[in-house]
Structures are given as structure tokens and as C-alpha cells.
Design a protein around this ligand. Structure first.
Ligand code: PGA
Length: 251
């Protein structure tokens, strides 16, 4: 199997203002700025991107956005386009379950965002995952396979893609998927990629997200199809986030 560089990405969500975000970025940068063997990404709120970038300058930590419009410009009040993000971020989260649930984003829209981002040279971190009722009904694998395929409809830039399997029932609940469940589902994601782009399947990074912390990260990362983590709550604590980076990195 091709060696895949692990990824630890922090999704700060609608937490941190400019001041606290800048302080958090400085701390993370001091603790983890030089760790190698892992792609380190933080995704602050849009308004903090500049100050977080300054606070982390000189480190190898990359910056991501939490969302992007699929439209290029025009009358879209409150939206942010890829051209506004170009030069500011290397990555963007698309299709997070909170946006799907709270903002009604469909997989078609998520695919359009992923395509637009990749075309602008911004790597999409594309999220998919089942909710509790789907899992309890025994349909998690088929649901996630279908959701991922639909969210990649028309997508072609396989080198830049990162996929994040995030079961909705594990997000922010403190109840992470077991490493077996997470492995099974990240393998499902990889098989979807194999079907769509056979030559890319062994190089696309597939992350797990949902209550990842320093106590469960090692076991998750040890699974053959899990290439890192998308982290919410634990990414807001510099020491805890740095432990995740250390667990994934090579020094
Ligand atoms: P959590 O969030 O780590 O707080 O569960 C994960 C996410 O929403 O990406």
C-alpha cells in the first residue's frame, strides 16, 4: 500500500474570537509547529484566518476554512468564495454534518463546493457520516457509500482530496466510534474512491472524526484505512491538540 502522510485537522467551528483564536494559534504553533511526518491543519472562523496565519508564521501548520460557496461571485450575501480564500488557506472543510443538518446542504451542493475548491487549488476536506438512526437500522455502510459517491459527483482532482468519515452520533458527544467501527467505515470510503478513481484509492487520505482525543487517537491511527483525524472539541485545547499531532507525527 502507498504510504500516506497522516493528517491532523482542527475544526474550531464557531468558537474563538480573533483574540482567543490568535492566542490558541500561538500556543499550538509553539507546541507543534515543528512536528514532522504529519500534515497539521487548523480551521478557524473566517474572520480569524489572517491573525491565526500571522500567529503561526514560521511553523509548518496549514490553515483551512470551514466552508466555501460554490458560486464564484455576485449577489450571495454573507457567502465567501474560493477566490477570496485563495492565498489565505490551503484547505477547506465541505459537507460537515452540521452544515448538512443545520443549513440544509445537500450532497449535490457539497460536490459543487468540493469541485470549485479543488479548481481554485484549495484541498477539500469532504465530510460524510451517518446519524444514529441509520446506524441502528444497520445501514451505515450503504448510507455512507451513497453519500460519499453523491458528494463526489463530477469531482476529478484526486490528488488534493481528503475525506473525513464523521459519524454524526460521535460528534461532540464524547462517544467516539470504536476503532473497529471507524476502520470498517473508512474502508467503505476507500472502496467508493476505488470505484470512482481506481488509481487514487490508495493515496487519498481518509480521516476519522468524532470525539477524537489523546486517549483514543493512537488506536484509531493504528487502523490501516484511517489516515488521521478531523477534530472539534480537542482542537480548542492547545496541549490536547498537540498530543494528537504528536501521536500522528514522526517526532
Ligand atoms: P468533535 O467534532 O471532535 O468535537 O467530536 C468533530 C467534528 O465535528 O469535526
Amino acid at each position: 500500500m502507498a504510504a500516506r502522510t497522516p493528517v491532523i485537522a482542527g475544526n474550531w467551528k464557531m468558537n474563538t474570537d480573533v483574540e482567543s483564536g490568535t492566542a490558541l494559534a500561538k500556543e499550538i504553533s509553539e507546541l507543534s509547529g515543528d512536528v514532522s511526518g504529519v500534515d497539521k491543519i487548523v480551521c478557524p472562523p473566517f474572520v480569524s484566518i489572517s491573525s491565526v496565519t500571522s500567529a503561526m508564521s514560521g511553523s509548518s501548520i496549514q490553515i483551512g476554512a470551514q466552508n466555501v460557496s460554490a458560486n464564484s461571485d455576485g449577489a450571495f450575501t454573507g457567502e465567501i468564495s474560493t477566490s477570496m480564500l485563495q492565498g489565505l488557506v490551503s484547505h477547506v472543510i465541505v459537507g460537515h454534518s452540521e452544515r448538512r443538518a443545520l443549513n440544509g446542504e445537500t450532497s449535490d451542493q457539497v460536490a459543487a463546493k468540493a469541485i470549485t475548491a479543488a479548481e481554485a487549488g484549495i484541498s477539500p476536506i469532504l465530510c460524510i457520516g451517518e446519524d444514529l438512526s441509520v446506524r441502528q437500522a444497520g445501514n451505515a455502510s450503504s448510507f455512507v457509500a451513497h453519500q460519499l459517491e453523491a458528494s463526489l459527483d463530477g469531482y476529478a482532482d484526486w490528488d488534493s482530496l481528503i475525506v473525513a468519515y464523521e459519524p454524526v452520533w460521535a460528534i461532540g458527544t464524547g462517544e467516539a466510534a470504536t476503532s473497529e467501527q471507524a476502520q470498517e467505515m473508512t474502508a467503505v470510503c476507500r472502496e467508493v474512491i476505488r470505484k470512482l478513481a481506481p488509481s487514487a484509492a490508495d493515496s487519498v487520505r481518509v480521516l476519522y472524526g468524532g470525539s477524537v482525543n489523546s486517549g483514543n487517537v493512537a488506536e484509531l491511527l493504528a487502523q490501516p484505512d484511517i489516515d488521521g483525524a478531523l477534530v472539534g472539541g480537542a482542537s480548542l485545547k492547545a496541549e490536547e491538540f498537540s498530543k494528537l499531532i504528536a501521536a500522528a507525527g514522526s517526532d
